[in-house]
Design a protein around this ligand. Structure first.
Ligand SMILES: [Ca+2]
Length: 322
């Protein structure tokens, strides 16, 4: 009996960790992609489009090669018609660079597919969700996080993604994830259900999902498009997408009936930009203030001591004269 319970528990844990999607969810062919890619791209009815320098080989779809100044994209051309979904992506980021490589790639759920621009190869002021797998910190600011770093940005079109600050001011959540240059399979899962966004990673080669971050109160409409983009500048890397599996998740009745097409993307206001980034700066400036105050007190004390001895010496000489 105990043995059976332990075995059942083991299977429950195994299933939960191996497949983050709901057991009654189902895969959606239109939004999925796996080898052999020739079957997908050789037909005129293909659901997926390649943009820029992206190349499809028989083993992977290379958004950018490990070469400077490349931009590429892979876009699903069918909008997502259901409110709750999960996207599982098998990817590989690797290259020759030892200390200098970049910049990573982005996974999109956006209103306007196939645009190009400065945000990992996609347009700034975008409308929708970006999950950014950033491999290189672009600034010397004293970040407390180690790169590679995975972050979520939700934009209604009004926010500017500042590459110089790695988008920190508008990032809603993130986690460190050493996915670059791994010989193991590296995977990410993005689940959006009941206004909750969860990002999982599987980068340790043990076929197990680990939670990267959870954000509640995330509002995303239906009828946006999935896409993947990457761009190289002075720094470069191979950014490869190997497979994409999309699952339609169970939605509650209200959510299913609701017309979610015109929902404006929104999320709780950025917390990382306000806390993680500014803490080191403010602690630096307070340390500087304390240093000045202490220095001033020491100088005042020294002047005081000097004046005291000067007066004492003067009194001594005056008493000797009389
Ligand atoms: Ca970066």
């Amino acid at each position: 009996m105990y043995f059976l319970t332990i075995i059942s528990l083991f299977f429950i844990i195994f299933i939960n960790h191996t497949f983050p999607q709901e057991p009654d969810s189902y895969g959606v062919h239109d939004h999925s992609l796996s080898r052999p890619y020739t079957n997908i791209f050789s037909t005129s009815r293909s659901y997926w489009h390649l943009t820029g320098n992206t190349l499809a080989t028989d083993r992977f779809i290379r958004l950018t090669a490990d070469t400077q100044s490349r931009t590429g994209g892979l876009w699903d051309t069918i909008p997502v018609s259901y409110p709750d979904w999960e996207l599982q992506v098998h990817f590989k980021v690797h290259g020759e660079g030892g200390n200098f490589f970049g910049d990573g790639f982005a996974i999109w759920y956006v209103r306007d597919p196939k645009l190009t621009g400065p945000v990992f190869g996609y347009a700034d002021h975008f409308c929708g969700l970006a999950i950014i797998l950033d491999t290189y910190p672009n600034t010397n600011d004293d970040y407390t996080n180690t790169y590679p770093f995975i972050s979520a940005v939700i934009n209604n079109g009004s926010l500017h993604y500042d590459n110089n600050r790695d988008g920190r001011d508008i990032t809603v959540a993130g986690c460190e994830a050493a996915f670059r240059g791994r010989d193991l399979d590296t995977r990410i899962a993005i689940r959006y259900q009941d206004n909750r966004l969860i990002v999982y990673t599987d980068i340790e080669g043990v076929n197990s999902w680990a939670v990267c971050f959870i954000v509640d109160n995330v509002h995303l409409p239906t009828h946006y498009y999935f896409g993947f983009t990457a761009a190289t500048g002075e720094l470069s890397d191979n950014h490869d997408i190997i497979s994409v599996y999309t699952y339609q998740l169970n939605s509650n009745e209200d959510r299913e009936k609701e017309d979610r097409k015109n929902i404006i993307p929104s999320a709780p206001s950025s917390t990382m930009g306000n806390t993680t980034n500014h803490t080191p700066k403010s602690s630096k400036s307070s340390a500087l203030k304390i240093f000045f105050i202490v220095s001033l007190l020491v100088i005042i004390c020294l002047i005081g001591i000097g004046a005291f001895y000067y007066m004492k010496q003067r009194r001594y000489h005056s008493s000797r004269l009389y």
